[in-house]
Design a protein around this ligand. Structure first.
Ligand code: 26W
Length: 809
């Protein structure tokens, strides 16, 4: 179909959109109008593609997968769509004939901030692969009008501003006002028995309309086009006409606004809990609208729900959409008169669950009273799930109350979403080998003992077309010329590139590409901030959400130690280095915000020091997001993946850096372990305690003070932090290391890993001096990165968890 599309037809389509939507002639259109017209025409192409795909999916009665996630960090879509459709050069020419550059339109596209970090970006990468591999898939999430937040750094302090992303990106969405569903909150539930059947009546509830906004996803040269459906809350009930006619406008819309609050903002917290009732409501809103939608679509096609589990795979991405389980029970029992047993069987056969974190504070729990008031029917179903679970466990472990209360879904006046997710799913997976093992050994050990067959692993992967082919076109072109373009659809073919690890022409080309990418990043940075960067310095990057376990503080200790070295030695001879940090802190996570302030002030102090400034710089990259990552990753020399072993579930940034030829300095945590296996220990810089050693160290008693006293360098660095930077006080962070601010000193073992980190980083730096050897290692990293493509992850989910097949013409 795309073959009938060429520069001429595109130009005509653009002219027609411009005149129809903006009432101007094409030659008079401004950049925004051309940009919007481009989106409208791409959407038309995708619509045709999608209806052809849907027809075949229906005709073949194919099983579908539904991916439910509170976050989809999609990033800009235009470039990805045009390249996936194979229409970039045609569009570039058509746009040029109207007097504009396609690249300028790419830059104008905002970055929809519909995610916090890794979880949301993974969901977006997965939609790309699902579609490329021709699986029928729908992503469900919420249309957060103000996204997460825009980060500004003012004198080192993170300031959160609303992220107004909709005006530039809403063109991608189609509002389906014909496909709305009502979602009910609060109210009263009465249960009565009629002819042996339980009849549930629900009264006095608040009803909010869920309106779908659809964004079509194109795969790379695929037959499929899938849908990302984002729900927006619309109040239909609470508009008070009486107040309005009395002239009390504000009061009239007040309640109305409360309901619509549901889809205003995404909670800016990941591994940091925010037990707010609004978040629970958002979760139920997502789940209820999506399941009503799935059930209605299924009934339309099959006229029965008896084959529901055979035809639908419902995936809950982390525990946030866990209310899928009781909500599907509710629909099946209350609306379609299923018995408990048949409904439960259907639910468990349909639902699967991925865990994304072992941090105990991130395993969501809800206060039971609030839960009951907000979702009375769901509460009663959850209690029945719990009652049956505990009864079964009692048979298995008579008298073992301790174990049973650990495993309960409702206990100590709390509803535990993680336990609910495990109990109500047929499969539970972790996101790296190590993480999946930790789930079995500790987080879900009790459940693993009861049903070991439920637990599995699927190591994460990235959309390598976005993160390599499109964001690093120079490297992609070199790969096309050396190993051929097969790796674009078969990422494991990247391994052929290893043959060039000793080829001095290819080494030179890779080195040159890295340098030019650094220049592109520096130009981007200059446009953004007016600042300049030294592209001959080593680009050392730690870009991810700010969290204690990710240990930005360990990186700071290293930089402070280097700074100290520069200041104290008369003739320093070190490679110039630029240390980049990027990432947002949850607004209520004060320690994370203090870490940002520390990094920023350290940077300021170094900049003000003429001697130090010649050698090192610290740059805080404000408002790190997908589009920044696309320019930053190809430009990176060293990727910092230094979380405390056992804490990072997988990490996916690590894979994006690797595929762009950065060298990883990292711990044996998350996916780093598998990266080290794939690339070989000689091509990665691994340091620090292993997850097992971490456990042992805690067991034997950890004393941060011992490490502090044993290392001159570490002691000096901590003391230096204590003395403050750029006139600001950071003694709180020094005491966090040594005595602990709340409980334990140095809870993420920065001091224990410092020496090993400092040495390993130093080794990387001296290897960097031999640029040929360094670049040869970079080639090995690129060649070993194929395994970490989302195409591989998705094939594993499809075959091992969802049991879905590809749908082709
Ligand atoms: C408190 C609510 C909450 C809890 C956890 C919100 C969000 C989360 C997420 C699970 C945080 C997250 O993004 N986790 C990351 O998921 C990635 C994709 O699997 C992994 O690569 C990262 O290691 C993990 O931190």
């Amino acid at each position: 179909m795309e073959s009938m599309i060429n520069e001429k037809t595109i130009k005509e389509a653009l002219e027609s959109k411009i005149s129809r939507y903006f009432g101007v002639r094409a030659e008079d259109a401004n950049k925004t109008q051309v940009y919007k017209a481009v989106i409208l025409t791409v959407k038309d192409i995708l619509t045709d593609k999608r209806s052809a795909f849907r027809r075949v999916v229906k005709q073949k009665k194919a099983k579908r997968v539904y991916y439910l996630c509170m976050e989809f960090l999609i990033g800009p879509s235009l470039k990805n769509n045009l390249r996936n459709l194979g229409l970039e050069s045609e569009y570039a020419a058509a746009v040029k004939s109207l007097g504009f550059e396609l690249n300028d339109l790419y830059e104008a596209e905002p970055d929809p901030g519909l995610g916090n970090g890794g979880l949301g970006r993974l969901a977006a990468c997965f939609m790309d692969s699902l579609t490329t591999l021709d699986y029928p898939a729908t992503g469900f999430s919420l249309l957060y009008e103000y996204g997460l937040f825009k980060q500004k750094i003012v004198d080192g302090n993170q300031v959160e501003l609303p992220d107004i992303w909709m005006p530039g990106a809403e063109g991608w969405f189609v509002a389906r006002t014909d496909k709305t569903f009502p979602v009910r909150f609060g109210g009263k539930v009465t249960e009565t028995w009629e002819n042996g059947h339980l009849r549930v009546t629900y009264t006095d509830y608040d009803e909010v309309q869920a309106v779908p906004y659809d964004m079509m996803i194109s795969g790379y040269r695929s037959f499929a086009a899938n849908n990302l459906r984002l729900w927006r809350a619309q109040d239909i009930q609470n508009f008070n006409m009486k107040l309005f006619t009395q002239g009390q406008y504000m009061q009239a819309v007040e309640q109305n606004t409360t309901a619509e609050m549901l889809t205003k903002v995404l909670y800016p917290a990941d591994d940091h809990p925010e037990g707010k009732i609004l978040r629970l409501s958002q979760q139920y809103f997502l789940v209820s609208a999506s399941l009503q939608n799935i059930v209605a679509d299924h009934l339309r096609q099959y006229g029965t729900l008896s084959n529901f589990a055979e035809k639908n795979a419902i995936h809950i991405n982390d525990t946030h959409p866990a209310l899928c389980i009781p909500e599907l029970m509710r629909i099946l029992m209350d609306t379609y008169s299923f018995s408990w047993e048949t409904a439960w069987d259907t639910v468990v056969k349909s639902v699967s669950y991925t865990n994304h974190t072992v941090m105990p504070e991130a395993l969501e729990r809800w206060n039971e009273d609030q839960f009951r008031i907000r979702l009375p029917r769901i509460h009663s179903i959850v209690c029945e799930i719990n009652r049956r679970l505990c009864a079964d466990l009692w048979n298995l472990y008579p008298g073992d109350w301790e174990r049973i209360s650990r495993m309960a879904v409702v206990a100590y006046s709390e509803v535990r979403m993680a336990n609910l997710s495990v109990v109500g799913s047929h499969t539970v997976n972790g996101v790296s080998k190590l993480h999946s093992q930790i789930l079995k050994d500790s987080v879900f050990h009790d459940f693993y003992k009861v049903s070991p067959e439920k637990f599995t692993n699927v190591t994460n992967g990235i959309a390598h077309r976005r993160w390599l082919c499109y964001s690093n076109p120079k490297l992609a072109s070199l790969l096309d010329h050396t190993i051929g373009p097969d790796y674009r659809t078969n990422p494991e073919a990247l391994s052929d590139f290893k043959r060039y690890a000793g080829d001095k022409y290819v080494i030179e080309a890779v080195r040159d590409i890295k340098h030019r990418n650094k220049e592109s990043f520096a130009a981007w940075y200059h446009r953004r901030t007016g600042g300049t960067l030294d592209t001959h310095s080593v680009f050392d990057v730690q870009a991810k959400r700010i969290h204690e376990y990710k240990r930005q503080l360990l990186n700071v200790l290293k930089i402070v130690a280097l700074y100290d070295e520069i200041k104290t030695s008369p003739n320093v001879d070190i490679v110039p280095q630029t240390f980049f940090f990027g990432g947002k802190a949850a607004p209520g996570y004060y320690m994370a915000k203090d870490i940002i302030r520390l990094i920023w002030c350290l940077g300021k102090e170094i900049d003000a020091d003429p001697k130090a400034r010649e050698h090192i710089r610290v740059v805080y990259l404000e408002d790190y997001n997908v589009s920044m990552a696309e320019v930053l990753m190809p430009a990176t020399d060293i990727s910092e993946q230094i979380s405390l072993a056992g804490k990072e579930a997988s990490g996916t940034g690590c894979m994006k850096f690797m595929i762009n030829g950065a060298m990883t300095v990292g711990t044996l945590d998350g996916a780093n372990v598998e990266m080290a296996d794939a690339v070989g220990r000689g091509n990665i810089y691994i340091f620090g305690l292993t997850a097992k050693e971490v456990d042992e160290l805690w067991r034997s008693g950890y004393s941060a003070m011992n490490y502090y006293s044993a290392s001159e360098r570490l002691k000096a660095a901590v003391d230096r932090i204590s003395a403050g930077f750029a006139g600001e006080d950071f003694s709180g962070i020094a005491s966090y290391f040594l005595t602990g601010n709340h409980n334990v000193a140095d809870p993420y073992l920065c001091l224990a890993d410092f020496e090993s980190y400092f040495r390993t980083y130093g080794a990387a730096l001296s290897d960097y001096a031999d640029r040929e050897a360094w670049t040869s290692k970079a080639i090995c990293n690129i060649a070993a990165a194929g395994y970490f493509a989302a195409d591989r992850s998705i094939s594993e989910y499809a075959a091992g968890i969802w049991h879905i097949g590809r749908v082709t013409e």
